[in-house]
Design a protein around this ligand. Sequence first.
Ligand code: S3P
Length: 179
Amino acid sequence: MTGSIILIGPMGSGKSTIGRLLAARLRLPYVDTDALIVSHTGVDIPTIFEIEGESGFRERERKIIADLSAQSEPIVLATGGGAVLDPANRRYLRHIGRVIYLDVSVDEQLKRIRHDRNRPLLQNTDLDIRLQTLAEQRNALYQETAHWRVPGDGLRSDQVLRRILRHLQQRTGPIPTRG
Ligand code: S3P
């Protein structure tokens, strides 16, 4: 198993959780664009949105993805839900490695992130309508960017992980067991 794996998909689709599990399973470093932004700035994402607006956050996200695309070490990369909005990001992500779209419905998102306080785009808004609007704007972009889509509704992280591992195995042969 070689090459990087990139997880894309909407908020609450499980990118970080599954990314961590996948990285451990494949023995690759786990990288999370949101976590990098937080560690570079020293403040949380709501604070970045407050001070720099969404455009400032997107600029930071773009820079991190461009930097990652220039590195050759294989990684498992979890991206923020809005990373696919930028055409350069979409190109870079496909350049970095195999892009997997964790596809969950708005209903599933609502179950998972109804009480979230760390996602600025979901605060002080009608959550249902906001998630629906974002899905309409973004789902085609996830689909366009991904090499492969895995449906996640009603599945636990370990079940999605198994599907991803099976998919990777079919493409590249057996994945060494951990030990
Ligand atoms: C965002 C998703 C978040 C984070 C930021 C913006 C988005 O990441 O990047 O709050 O635009 O969908 P997650 O998808 O990991 O929640």
